[in-house]
Design a protein around this ligand. Structure first.
Ligand code: SAM
Length: 162
């Protein structure tokens, strides 16, 4: 597999998993949390698909997204997620209908260490029936790993549900 193959598989899987999770959680009216804005491509996809049905809050260290993919200030939760996720649990409680995490970089080992660190911070935020989509395998005690939808590639995206 080339790096281009891996990249394409990740993008195709992200879209398939996000579309699936958006549909599966459509009847839960809690907020959507986007962890890692980056260029804002997946935020833009979430915003276009969800519209005004649910508020989308974006967690990011520093905003550097495409202008068309930049969330309004009041929907940005700025800072390191290891600090902002616990603060968000205090602020909102366990109400998220959908959480998408794409926080990793190019080093798979570092991504895995970070996934282990943030899993217990993400887990309590999810509402009953809520779903979590991640580019990295997560380490949850109380969420169930779900089968991937058609079009997604095994190992390139992961879905969990409470
Ligand atoms: N999904 C995005 C897109 O479609 O454009 C790409 C996200 S990019 C791969 C990862 C982002 O996560 C980066 O912008 C980085 O700043 C952010 N990030 C990584 N670790 C973080 C942390 N500990 N706290 C907050 N943001 C973090």
């Amino acid at each position: 597999m080339t790096r281009l193959d891996l990249f394409i598989d990740r993008m195709v899987s992200q879209r398939a998993c996000l579309d699936h999770a958006i549909a599966e959680t459509a009847l839960i009216d809690g907020p959507v949390f986007e962890l890692g804005l980056g260029n804002g491509r997946t935020y833009h996809h979430l915003r276009e698909r969800i519209g005004d049905a649910r508020p989308i809050y974006v967690f990011e260290r520093a905003i550097a997204s495409h202008p068309e993919s930049t969330p309004p200030d009041e929907r940005v939760i700025l800072g390191d997620v290891t600090e902002t996720l616990p603060a968000t649990l205090q602020r909102f409680g366990p109400v998220a209908s959908l959480i998408h995490a794409d926080l990793g970089g190019h080093n798979a080992q570092k991504n895995d260490i970070f996934a282990r660190k943030v899993s217990p911070l993400i887990e309590p935020l999810l509402a009953e029936g809520g779903m979590m989509v991640s580019s990295d395998r997560m380490y949850f005690d109380t969420l169930t790993e779900m089968p991937l939808p058609g079009g997604a590639v095994q190992g390139r995206c992961f879905i969990y549900r409470r």
